[in-house]
Write a protein that binds this ligand. Structure first.
Ligand code: 5GP
Length: 190
């Protein structure tokens, strides 16, 4: 997606060979127009996939997920990272190792929002080693629902997450595929 590539080239900051900082438009400050374009693109890609719900993870997945949900006309659920007093029922949970924080945490979704009849599109901001995506897939499966595919804003293709999802047979659509961050330079596939 050219608008996203341009934004990453112009405003992304390469923090190391492994980490790209995009807090100017995705992870802290949000560019609403870019989010709309991202939502339009995911909706175009998955319009025939029978999606009934979108699942993402707080906080940075929410903006692209909501824009996609608006376009596809389906609800958006975000997995919560912190236990809330208002989440009292038996939760669907999965443990996820955070690539950026290097800590293990539990993410949770209320079973009230996911049914066995749902076909779920997973949306996330980044795909690195795939831990966040795998945790969301586990929660969707616990609900007995089906995974319709995964929509990733920025995939770091040099890490293992994409290959693992491919091997498991999931459809993965990434709007920017980063081949390398070596030498402080972002190189894309395509
Ligand atoms: P994974 O679970 O696939 O290893 O990592 C994905 C999660 O880690 C994303 O939800 C994102 O929050 C975070 N993440 C992974 N790599 C990066 C990165 O290079 N930059 C930023 N800003 N976040 C990342």
């Amino acid at each position: 997606m050219e608008a996203l590539h341009k934004k990453i080239r112009e405003e992304g900051i390469v923090l190391s060979d492994q980490v790209l900082k995009v807090d100017a438009f995705l992870n802290h400050q949000i560019d609403p127009y870019l989010m709309k374009q991202i939502g339009d693109e995911f909706a175009r890609l998955f319009k025939d996939a029978g999606v009934t719900k979108i699942v993402t993870i707080e906080a940075s997945g929410i903006a692209p997920a909501v824009m996609t949900g608006l376009n596809l006309g389906v609800p958006v659920i975000f997995a919560r990272k912190h236990q809330s007093l208002t989440l009292t029922e038996n939760l669907l949970t999965a443990s996820v190792y955070s690539f950026t924080k290097q800590t293990e945490s539990t993410v949770a979704i209320s079973p009230r929002h996911l049914q066995a009849t749902d076909r779920v599109l997973v949306i996330d901001d980044f795909l690195a080693n795939g831990k966040a995506s795998q945790a969301l897939i586990s929660i969707i499966k616990q609900a007995g629902a089906e995974v319709a595919g995964l929509g990733i804003v920025i995939e770091k293709s040099f890490q293992g997450g994409r290959a693992e999802l491919d091997a498991q047979g999931y459809r993965v659509e990434s709007l920017a595929r980063v081949k390398s961050l070596a030498g402080g330079k972002v190189t894309f596939i395509d």
